[in-house]
Design a protein around this ligand. Sequence first.
Ligand SMILES: [Zn+2]
Length: 234
Amino acid sequence: MKRPIGIVFSIIIIAAIVIGYQIYNRFRPTVGRVARLRQYLADPDGHSEWMIRVAESCGASPFVAPTEGYIGFFWGDSFYPGHRHQGLDIFGPEGLGSTPVVAVYDGYLTRLPEWRSAVIIRIPDDPLHPGRQIWIYYAHMADAEGNSFIVPDYPPGTYEEFVSSGTLLGYQGNYSADPDNPTGVHLHFSIVKDDGQGQFMNELEIANTLDPSPYLGIEVNADRVGSQPAVCSE
Ligand SMILES: [Zn+2]
């Protein structure tokens, strides 16, 4: 009787160590990213070589950069156990409502009636996987109280408005849906899968999103990013 219980106990201990190590490894890069983000935010102009440039394309990549700024958090970063970031958080050098955000590719813009800070753009034909429809989601374009920084051309309730690559959509904000706890000023940018019925999937699940790296020509996959800031190296 003693031996099986000992084996089970050992397996539990080993499993706890393995899981603990995986959690530690998942969070370790995020801790480093917070430190460098603080450095950047303290003096954005002093770290201009860490920034991507709005509407610039990198090499032969199909998308232009959605905004100006430092990519502080990547696709796949973990902020708490079980969570993986579905997009990129790009922190502009200027304050609230002043860093421009643009369409990364030609497509059709929708802003649901209840969206204060977000728009989504339908791209009927994925440039990297022709025949597949994808969606580009942008969020945090409002202040803490929900006053929108999206340009007046795209009011709540806008459906399927054509926008060409580089079109100004709005400006970075800090909206979080909780006025007492705003985010830092940034753009959240993600590429969302289509459900096969012509609708975008739930953006909150990383499984419903795509790695933006090949679309931007910049390595932004949390599992592969190097130790240097993610900028165009072409
Ligand atoms: Zn984000």
